[in-house]
Each structure stands twice: as structure tokens, then as C-alpha cells.
Design a protein around this ligand. Structure first.
Ligand code: GLC
Length: 567
């Protein structure tokens, strides 16, 4: 007999339906257990042949997403940008970058997505603008003490001549978080110098983002992903506080501070902003969903996902967990409990545009310095691509069986590995230069998608691609996998089709008596998931085998394999 523990139950607000969730267009809860596909626009599909992906390219390829069976797509920024940080340096948040298309192209994309039954989520970047934003240009012209400077964080420097930055705060991308301007003042940029931080104590800043949310919601978008949601509120009272050591500028140091007291991350006041936004989002029918990108631990992260705030927050703890049964079980249980405690649904992410693709990452021995691995061109340690793919497929099938929403990143349905050996001369991520060429950055997961087995950019567009694709991409292309039994693309398609049928309420029951290294849980109505993270084949429990991430070995579940079972 297996002993079962229910680790998630009904929530106080936005109650999930008892039976299969309704993913139809009017259901206000459609997002609670949706599968959302992240499109990184520059790297998805290039219609106009300039080597950079664009909106018309995305629209043409929407049938791929419909056939894949996802519920929604999330578009990373497509706004005018000088691409100092891959589009997260926004010049105008209510326009389309002319290289990527026009607002008409955007409307056509939304229309076509909705026709195909796909929802559309856009990225909002409220922590900073591009330095080319009209507000920042005005701030530079207007001088110290001006209202235009108050929309950003300008301060005088320290030292006899103001030649030292106002504090020791460090940028996420490396180096000081302060940049000096010609009249001698300094401005704050938690990311690249081309991304000045906004001052959220300024009412004009608040008003402008309300306008931006309404602008896109009025155009029919179904939801918003909120970039760096945990950094908007800052302690800017004079005198500004030094942190004392560079490490304390990182989110990973949040535990060193009493909750809510770090000078710029996860401050309690940030939640007022999202309560205000929720009122705007709820004025639409159905209400627009939102998901926080907040690199904040457990219970604090869940606060962003409260029903009167954003509703969901990315769960990066799951992404950061090594491929280890005990560790995963702990993180899954805690994630469900923390989401449940605030009435949110859980989220799961294995890959995105900021991290090493999980096909490669899950094979790195725990504790591996990923940057050193990238600098070695992916050779130290070497990752066997077949073994990596096997593990990634098992991890995906496990993720897709969990209660809540799964966010999948473009190309993972093809099993793409990280392109770890990009030559340094092609790197575009500001991290490379800003760290004095010490950290290689995130380009290896942003290499344009292969659609066909041949062609100048494997079907990405009619000409080349802005980052070079390795020849191995031909074999990973959609064309190479389409209709091929056992391919990763067909695995995702089958899994997503089955998931829709099998989806239950947001509860999960663990089986306690499993062999070491094996995770097993039921989702109700006979849907059972078993993942073998041990090095040995294991016997399967009772149930009809519906899907496996790798063929069974003499009827047994091999290492690095996940199975879904039914009644
Ligand atoms: C988020 C984005 C990342 C970007 C940063 C600054 O973390 O995901 O790509 O560099 O914000 O906007």
C-alpha cells in the first residue's frame, strides 16, 4: 500500500474548478494551469530577411504553437530598443521596434493568435528605460534638481569633486551601478548603463505605466510578464546606504537582510504598485493575468502572486534545483505550499532567455560554475548531447505533470542544447563587456531557431541569423522532427495533448514508498507520474502506460526517464 500526502489544496481566492480547468477564452482562471510558450522575438523567425526575428515571422509560425498545443505565448520585448540588453532597454514601451514591425503587425499577430485559440502575454519593463527614452534624454538636458531628473535616480557623487559613485551598489551585469553624466551627477542603473533605473516614487512614472498596461490590454493582450518585479521600490532616503560588500548587491544575498529591508530588492512598498495594477487588470473582461519575474526566495516571492497583486510569480527555485529526486520533491512540495498559502497557482520553468538551456544545464555536476563551463566552450566538463536530451525530456515530462502553469522556452520543444561555444567576437550580451570579458553571458540560449534542415539559417529567415547557428541545428529543426515518432517535438505535442485531457484540480499526492531516486505522484482520476532519477531501471507501478520520455527497457523505466500512467 502506498501512503499518500496531499501537498496542495484549494485556494481561498480564484478557486480552481473541481474538474478539468476550462481553458476557453472567457475563463478568468485560464492561466492557472496553462502552458505558456516564451517567444524571444529576435530569435524566433525572420520574415523580412534582415537576420533579426520579427513580428510577421512570429505570426507566420503561430501554427507551430497551435500544433504544439500550448495555451499562450509570451513575447519578450519587441519595443523600440538599441538592443543594449536584448530589447530589455526600452525606448518607447507603446511602440514596436521598426526592425521588428509595426503596431499593425502586432494587431495582426494578436488576431491570428486568438483565431488559433492562443492567448498573448507581453513583457513590461518597469524598473528601467533605455537611455534613449525621451524622458532620459530630457533628464540629461534639464540638469540637477529638475523634475525631469526626478523620474530617474540622479545623485551627486562622493569625494572632494564628486568623482566617486554615490554608493557601492553593484550592477547585476557587473561593475558599479552608477554612471556619471557630463555635468558631474551620477545616475543609477541596476543593469546596463544604457538602462537607467526609474524612480517609482515619482507619480508621473506610476501614471505612465498605468497608461502602458491599458494600451496593450486595449489591444487585446491577455496578460503581462513583469520584468524585475522585485526591484521597483528603492530606499532612496538620504543619505543613501552603502552595502559594504559587492556580494550584497545580489538577490542571492537577500537572506542576509531582515525581509523587506534591502535597499533595492524586494522592499515591502513594492506591493502597493501591484495592488494598483491589479485594479487596472481586473477592469477588463476577462481580467488580464500577470506573472512576476522576481528572483526572491519562497514565501517572499509568493507575495507578488497574491490575488490582489499579480496572481503568479516565476518559480526559479525549481529551475535552480539539481536533478536529484529528494531535492526536487522538497522544492515541488514547498512551491505548491507557498503558492497555495496566498491563493496563487504554482509555476514551473526549466529554461528561459536568461539561463543555460536545461538540456545542457541538468547534465552539469551540481556546483559547476556555469560561467566557467561556458568559457570552456562547453568542454569542461563535456556534456554528452544524447544523455542531456534524455534527461531534459524526463525533466519536461515531470514538469508538465505538476499542478500549476508551465513556462516553456522556444526551442526546448526541439531539445536544443545551449550553444556554449559561440565565438567571443559574436557575443551580444552586455554581460560580456561589462564584466571585462569575464562572464560570457546569455547568448548561447538565444541562438535563432532552426525550422528546416537546410537553408542559410535553417529556415529562421531567408538570409543569415544575427547569432551563428551550429551545423547540428539541422538535426534539431522542426522539419527534421515533424511526424518522426519518438522525436522531442512529437513528445511535447503528445504530452501537451494528453495533459489537456488529464488535467485535474491543483492537488498532487505523493507516493511515499518508492525506490531511492524515484519520484511518483498522482494528480487524481488515475493520472500518475513516475520519474526515475536513479541510475538503475525500476519497475513501474500499476496503471496503463500513456507516455514515456524514453522507451521502456524490458517493461521497466530506465534511468533519466519519466512515465505518465493512467487507469
Ligand atoms: C530580466 C530579463 C533579462 C534582462 C533584465 C533587465 O531579468 O529577463 O533578460 O536582462 O531583466 O531588464
Amino acid at each position: 500500500m502506498t501512503d499518500r500526502t496531499v501537498t496542495s489544496g484549494p485556494r481561498p481566492h480564484h478557486p480552481a474548478p473541481d474538474a478539468t480547468p476550462d481553458l476557453s477564452s472567457r475563463d478568468p482562471n485560464w492561466w492557472r494551469q496553462a502552458v505558456i510558450y516564451q517567444v524571444y522575438p529576435r530569435s524566433f523567425a525572420d520574415a523580412d530577411g534582415d537576420g533579426l526575428g520579427d513580428l510577421r515571422g512570429i505570426t507566420r509560425r503561430l501554427t507551430h504553437l497551435a500544433a504544439l498545443g500550448v495555451d499562450a505565448l509570451w513575447l519578450s520585448p519587441f519595443y523600440p530598443s538599441e538592443l543594449a540588453d536584448g530589447g530589455y532597454d526600452v525606448i518607447d514601451p507603446r511602440e514596436v521596434d521598426p526592425r521588428l514591425g509595426t503596431l499593425d503587425d502586432f494587431d495582426a499577430l494578436v488576431r491570428e493568435a486568438h483565431r488559433l485559440g492562443l492567448k498573448v502575454i507581453v513583457d513590461i519593463v518597469p524598473n528601467h528605460t533605455s537611455h534613449q527614452h525621451v524622458w532620459f534624454q530630457e533628464a540629461l538636458r534639464s540638469g540637477p534638481g529638475s523634475p525631469a531628473r526626478d523620474r530617474y535616480v540622479f545623485r551627486d557623487g562622493r569625494g572632494a569633486h564628486g568623482e566617486l559613485p554615490p554608493t557601492d551598489w553593484q550592477s547585476v551585469f557587473g561593475g558599479s551601478a552608477w554612471q556619471r553624466v557630463p555635468d558631474g551627477q551620477w545616475y543609477l542603473h541596476l543593469f546596463a548603463a544604457e538602462q537607467p533605473d526609474l524612480n517609482w516614487a515619482n507619480p508621473e512614472v506610476r501614471a505612465d505605466f498605468r497608461t502602458t498596461l491599458r494600451f496593450w490590454a486595449d489591444r487585446g493582450v491577455d496578460g503581462f510578464r513583469i520584468d524585475v518585479a522585485h526591484a521597483l521600490a528603492k530606499d532612496l532616503d538620504e543619505p543613501l546606504r552603502d552595502l559594504g560588500s559587492p556580494e550584497l548587491s545580489s538577490e542571492t544575498a537577500l537572506a542576509e537582510f531582515p525581509p523587506g529591508t534591502h535597499p533595492f530588492y524586494d522592499r515591502d512598498e513594492v506591493h502597493e504598485i501591484y495592488r494598483d495594477w491589479r485594479k487596472i487588470l481586473d477592469a477588463y473582461s476577462p481580467p488580464r493575468m500577470a506573472v512576476a519575474e522576481a528572483w526572491v526566495p519562497g514565501a517572499r516571492r509568493a507575495l507578488y502572486a497574491r490575488p490582489d497583486e499579480l496572481g503568479q510569480a516565476f518559480n526559479f527555485e525549481y529551475l535552480q534545483t539539481p536533478w536529484d529526486a529528494q531535492a526536487l520533491r522538497r522544492v515541488i512540495t514547498e512551491s505548491l505550499e507557498t503558492a497555495n498559502a496566498v491563493g496563487a497557482s504554482a509555476t514551473w520553468v526549466l529554461s528561459n532567455h536568461d539561463v543555460v538551456r536545461h538540456t545542457s544545464r541538468l547534465m552539469l555536476p551540481p556546483g559547476t560554475d556555469e560561467n566557467a563551463w561556458l568559457l570552456s566552450g562547453g568542454h569542461a566538463p563535456a556534456v554528452d548531447p544524447d544523455a542531456g536530451l534524455r534527461r531534459a525530456r524526463a525533466a519536461t515530462l515531470l514538469m508538465l505533470a505538476l499542478p500549476g502553469s508551465s513556462y516553456v522556452y522556444q526551442g526546448e520543444e526541439l531539445g536544443l542544447p545551449e550553444v556554449a561555444d559561440l565565438p567571443t567576437e559574436v557575443l551580444q550580451d552586455p554581460i560580456w563587456e561589462q564584466t571585462g570579458r569575464v562572464r560570457k553571458g546569455r547568448d548561447g540560449c538565444r541562438v535563432p531557431l532552426p525550422w528546416t534542415t537546410t537553408g542559410p539559417s535553417y529556415g529562421f529567415g531567408p538570409s543569415g541569423a544575427w547569432l551563428p547557428q551550429p551545423p547540428s541545428f539541422a538535426g534539431y529543426s522542426v522539419e527534421a522532427q515533424d511526424g518522426v515518432e519518438g522525436s522531442t517535438l512529437e513528445l511535447y505535442r503528445t504530452a501537451l495533448r494528453l495533459r489537456r485531457k488529464l488535467l485535474q484540480d491543483e492537488t498532487l499526492c505523493w507516493a511515499e514508498e518508492t525506490p531511492p531516486g524515484v519520484l511518483q505522484f498522482d494528480r487524481g482520476d488515475g493520472w500518475r507520474c513516475v520519474a526515475n532519477l536513479s541510475g538503475e531501471p525500476v519497475s513501474l507501478p500499476a496503471g496503463e502506460v500513456l507516455l514515456t520520455s524514453a522507451p521502456l527497457e524490458d517493461g521497466r523505466l530506465g534511468p533519466d526517464t519519466t512515465a505518465w500512467l493512467g487507469r
